[in-house]
Design a binder for this molecule. Structure first.
Ligand code: 13P
Ligand code: SF4
Length: 310
């Protein structure tokens, strides 16, 4: 790409020319969030993708999110800046293995976190996100046997708050799994007035310390509504951009991972760049395509979630 190009301007031009909409997850870099038409958590993004009138959806997130957009709105062209932007959680649950697991527990319903492939969605009864998992699990009778996949941390958290004993698939997110408990405790001591807030994909020991647990949208709202001036934030650092924009007078401290880095970035989310967004809009590639039978099977449990989350 010509280095003299003003990418913000070029992307805005392409948006109009092609009647495109840019949907971005909160974990995207600040520039991408600033050029997006909609920024949200997984539920918000799915709802937005379903209702958009644009001809092209540019999905600044990871593969399973763009795939969900295509499942919900198949007549639109869905492009993704980097086809390799995957998700460790989604990868931890291969459909053939999960199918065998499900067959071993025929009396269980399958509740799957949206961070999974279309193949897993097609094997599920209902999809959840971190913002509606509790309500959806609660909608089943107390004695209903449930398999929860693929995130064992979110599953354990939902088990705890609902008093259930769901059978958990052994998957986890590489980003939320590596927060350093020791460093968080130290930070809390250094900032005694700070609220410690965490995403439910974090491990139980981290969640135990949290003043508030929620999806990315939930965490953002909490920082806007809280009287506190300081927050230690245990989720991917991209979310801090919107927190700082919404409350410029408040201080946001990213919770440190235990890998020596100061911030906790998702390597998949951070594959996307402004330049790749420009290129994927210009060439309308890479595009998400899907087998129609798989799409319809994966759509059923997502529709069920969207119906409950209205
Ligand atoms: P939410 O934005 O739905 O909370 O999901 C977080 C996440 O890890 C997305 O990959
Ligand atoms: Fe997947 Fe975790 Fe990255 Fe979200 S933050 S896309 S769950 S690896």
């Amino acid at each position: 790409v010509d280095p003299t190009l003003d990418l913000f301007e070029e992307i805005s031009k392409l948006k109009k020319e092609k009647n495109a909409v840019i949907l971005a997850h909160y974990y995207q870099e600040a520039d991408i969030q600033d050029i997006a038409d909609y920024i949200g958590d997984s539920l918000g993004l799915a709802q937005e993708a379903e209702k958009t009138n644009a001809d092209m959806i540019v999905f600044a997130g990871v593969h399973f999110m763009a795939e969900t957009a295509k499942i919900l709105n198949p007549t639109k062209k869905v492009v993704i800046p980097d086809f390799k932007a995957g998700c460790s959680l989604s990868d931890s649950c291969p459909p053939p293995m999960f199918k065998l697991f499900k067959e071993q527990h025929p009396d269980h319903v399958v509740v799957s976190y949206i961070n999974c492939s279309a193949g897993i969605k097609a094997l599920s009864d209902v999809i959840v996100t971190s913002s509606n998992a509790r309500i959806i699990v609660d909608s089943f009778p107390k004695d209903q046997k449930i398999i929860f996949a693929p995130d064992k941390n979110l599953g354990a958290y939902i088990n705890k708050v609902t008093g259930r004993n769901m059978l958990l698939w052994n998957g986890a997110c590489i980003v939320h799994e590596i927060f350093s408990l020791e460093k968080i405790v130290k930070l809390k001591q250094q900032h005694p007035n700070a609220k410690f807030i965490a995403h439910p994909e974090c491990e139980e020991e981290v969640l135990k310390l949290a003043d508030f647990i929620g999806s990315t949208t939930g965490l953002l709202k909490y920082t806007m509504e809280s009287d506190a001036d300081e927050f230690i934030v245990a989720t991917e650092t991209g979310i801090l951009h919107q927190m700082e924009k919404a409350s410029p007078h408040k201080k946001f401290i990213p919770a440190p991972p235990d890998n020596g880095c100061a911030c906790n970035d998702c390597p998949h989310m951070k594959r996307n760049t402004l330049e790749k967004i420009y290129l994927c809009m210009k060439y309308e590639l890479p595009e998400i395509t899907m087998d129609e039978e798989l799409r319809l099977a994966a759509k059923k449990p997502i529709d069920r979630m969207l119906e409950i989350s209205k």
